[in-house]
Design a protein around this ligand. Structure first.
Ligand SMILES: [Zn+2]
Ligand SMILES: [Zn+2]
Length: 140
């Protein structure tokens, strides 16, 4: 129950009215580190809400993204995944298993501060592409 209140608080913090589907989508995205795409989110929530429509999931994701409660991650063209972790972090994509891992960032920015002072940063995406530990082990 405490978790539910947390989700509601977060929605309120981003000025989003808490509806069942918004709560469920955000709850799922906050609990996973898999960075699911819309289809995966739909299938997962369909088990809990049998009347759920694909459109309402898409609309909810759009709203949550616009308000800043979640992040859209575009890795490849046509592949949008969603991230409910709001702390700044980078992503590592494995080309073998297609998993997207979170990487912690140490410094405030990897860019020259002077270049950033002249612009307004609205969004930031840092990707690293490679082969993950597990897949490297398999390949040995
Ligand atoms: Zn891998
Ligand atoms: Zn992430």
């Amino acid at each position: 129950m405490q978790n539910l209140q947390k989700i509601k608080d977060k929605l309120q913090q981003y000025k989003i009215k808490p509806s069942l589907i918004r709560i469920k989508v955000l709850e799922y995205l906050n609990s996973t580190r898999e960075h699911p795409n819309a289809e995966k989110i739909y299938k997962k929530l369909l088990k809990e809400i049998p009347t759920l429509s694909r459109t309402s999931v898409y609309n909810t994701l759009k709203l949550l993204t616009q308000k800043g409660a979640i992040k859209e991650i575009m890795i490849e063209e046509g592949e949008i995944r969603y991230d409910g972790i709001n702390e700044r972090h980078a992503h590592f994509k494995c080309v073998k298993c297609n998993n997207l891992y979170d990487l912690k960032l140490k410094c405030k920015s990897c860019l020259e501060e002077t270049d950033l002072n002249k612009v307004k940063v609205m969004d930031e995406h840092i990707y690293i592409v490679g082969i993950c530990k597990k897949c490297l082990k398999k390949g040995e």
